[in-house]
Each structure stands twice: as structure tokens, then as C-alpha cells.
Design a protein around this ligand. Structure first.
Ligand SMILES: Nc1ncnc2c1ncn2[C@@H]1O[C@H](COP(=O)(O)OP(=O)(O)O)[C@@H](O)[C@H]1O
Ligand SMILES: Nc1ccn([C@@H]2O[C@H](COP(=O)(O)OP(=O)(O)O)[C@@H](O)[C@H]2O)c(=O)n1
Ligand SMILES: [Mg+2]
Length: 242
């Protein structure tokens, strides 16, 4: 399995990531176990059990359902690291990477970027972070995304949040977002809603069946919604940052 990881990660460039891949290939550790090895954290003089397994929350919901907004609140209150799949992809476009033009046209059409690209960006962001609790926002968007992540990372998310919001409210929010995004127009939004219903709802159902899903009413003010989110995290036991 870790040979696959290595072949999916030819562009991983930091020395820590190179070391991770070498250890993966050599010893067949999974990514989370490796966070706990002294090899990776010599400056910390070894790692306590609390770092062993990063706590991962997937944050799902249709376009404009409030994922990014609520992630910011969770970061402020509970100290998570926010990884937005959309932001990682947009960064690839701005950095003129080899996949930039493909990503741009896919986002413009409201379609889904191939998992190999998105999972690699998420993997790299996790591996180069010192954090041990992550919000992965806008991912997985499809069953293909989900399966690729679980294969590459070697773990499932701990919990999944789903912001449930009526379509007309989502459309209103997206069209008022004003961030200059090429996909915040009525035609692309219609396609994104279709893609959400066809491809993302099955992922949400999957995690519901596994008992990992927290469905949050995504209507009302940002504060009201956060008061629905807060108890989910307040009740959790997750690793404390060292
Ligand atoms: N509860 C809310 N009520 C009204 N507008 C909201 C609410 N939450 C977020 N917004 C606004 O709606 C837009 C979409 O929110 P965002 O967090 O970017 O959603 P997503 O990441 O799910 O697409 C943003 O302009 C945001 O400021
Ligand atoms: N897992 C993902 C996440 C986003 N994307 C692309 O990026 C676009 C914007 O994603 P986003 O998460 O920033 O969008 P919002 O739901 O926040 O509006 C999506 O419509 C897809 O085209 C993707 O292909 N795969
Ligand atoms: Mg967003």
C-alpha cells in the first residue's frame, strides 16, 4: 500500500515529506503511526501518545452551506488546523503548477478535480503541519475522493460534519459571496448543486451508516449555527497539542 503512496507523491518536496515517504516505503508504517516516531521529531525528544493519531474532521455541505465560515469559528475556539480542499486547489492555480489549467477549467465547470491531485495536496498539507487536529473542508466530494484518501492516508476521519442547508439559501449566499471566485455565478452554482446531490450525498450517507456523521442545521445566523457546532467539539476527546 505504501508503495502506492510513494508513487502518488512524486511532487512532495519538503525534507520532512521525503523522509516520510522513505520511511513509508521502507517500513510500511501508515501516515499516522509515523507522526509518533522519534525519527520524525528528533527535536522534540520523542513524542507522547497524545500525538500518535491526528484527529481528522471532514466538513461537508453544499456550496454556500457555511463550511468555511464555521471552520473559522472552530479554529478560533478549538484550535484545529483548517485545510480547505478548494483553497488548496485555488493555490495550485495561482502558483502556475503543472495542473493549474486543468484545475481552473474543472472549477469553472463546477466539476470535481481528479482525486489523485486533491489527495496529494491534502497529504502534503498534513505532513508538513505540526498540528495534530485537522478540519478538512470540502473533501471528500465524491466516493472516489473518499476511497483515495482512505487508501493514501491509511485512516478514516474521526467525525464528519454536514451542514444541511436549503438550495435556495445556498444559492443566495454564493451569489453574494463577493470573493471574486470564477465559480460563484448562477450557471456554475447550478452544476455544483447537481454534483453535490449526485456525488457528495452518497459520501454523507456512507459516514452516516458508520455512525460518524453530525448533521447540523445550516440555517440561521453564523452565531446560531456555531452554537449547534460547539457541543460536538466540546464533548470530544482528541489529542492535546504538545
Ligand atoms: N449563517 C449564515 N447566514 C448568512 N450568510 C452566511 C452564513 N454563513 C456564511 N455566510 C456567508 O455565505 C457565503 C458562503 O459561506 P462559506 O462559509 O464560504 O460557505 P461554503 O464554504 O460552504 O461554500 C459567505 O459569503 C459567508 O460570509
Ligand atoms: N474535493 C474537492 C473540493 C473542491 N473541488 C473543486 O473546487 C471547487 C470549489 O470548492 P470549495 O470547497 O472551495 O467550494 P465551496 O463549497 O466552499 O463553495 C468545487 O466546486 C470543485 O470544482 C474539487 O474538485 N474537489
Ligand atoms: Mg468553502
Amino acid at each position: 500500500m505504501w508503495r502506492r503512496v510513494a508513487s502518488l507523491s512524486p511532487l512532495v518536496s519538503s525534507s520532512k515529506s521525503r523522509l516520510l515517504n522513505q520511511v513509508q516505503v521502507a517500513y510500511g508504517f501508515n501516515a499516522w503511526q509515523m507522526f509518533s516516531t522519534q525519527v520524525l521529531n528528533p527535536a522534540e525528544g520523542g513524542v507522547s501518545d497524545s500525538r500518535r493519531t491526528p484527529f481528522v474532521t471532514f466538513v461537508l455541505g453544499g456550496p454556500g452551506s457555511g463550511k468555511g465560515t464555521q471552520c473559522t469559528r472552530i479554529v478560533e475556539t478549538f484550535g484545529f488546523t483548517h485545510l480547505s480542499a478548494g483553497d488548496l486547489l485555488r493555490r495550485e492555480i495561482s502558483s502556475n503548477s503543472e495542473n493549474g489549467s486543468m484545475i481552473l477549467s474543472t472549477i469553472k465547470e463546477g466539476k470535481i478535480v481528479p482525486s489523485v491531485v486533491t489527495v496529494q495536496l491534502i497529504q502534503k498539507a498534513i505532513e508538513t503541519s505540526d498540528s495534530n487536529r485537522f478540519l478538512i473542508d470540502g473533501f471528500p466530494r465524491t466516493e472516489e475522493n473518499r476511497i483515495a484518501y482512505e487508501r493514501v492516508i491509511g485512516a478514516e476521519p474521526d467525525i464528519v460534519l454536514f451542514f444541511d442547508c436549503p438550495e435556495e439559501e445556498m444559492v443566495k449566499r454564493v451569489l453574494n459571496r463577493n470573493q471574486g471566485r470564477i465559480d460563484d455565478n448562477i450557471d456554475t452554482v447550478k452544476e455544483r448543486l447537481k454534483v453535490f446531490a449526485e456525488l457528495n450525498l452518497p459520501v454523507i450517507k456512507h459516514y452516516s451508516k458508520k455512525g460518524k456523521l453530525y448533521k447540523i442545521d445550516g440555517t440561521g445566523s453564523e452565531d446560531e449555527i456555531f452554537e449547534r457546532v460547539r457541543p460536538v467539539f466540546a464533548a470530544l476527546r482528541y489529542p492535546v497539542l504538545l
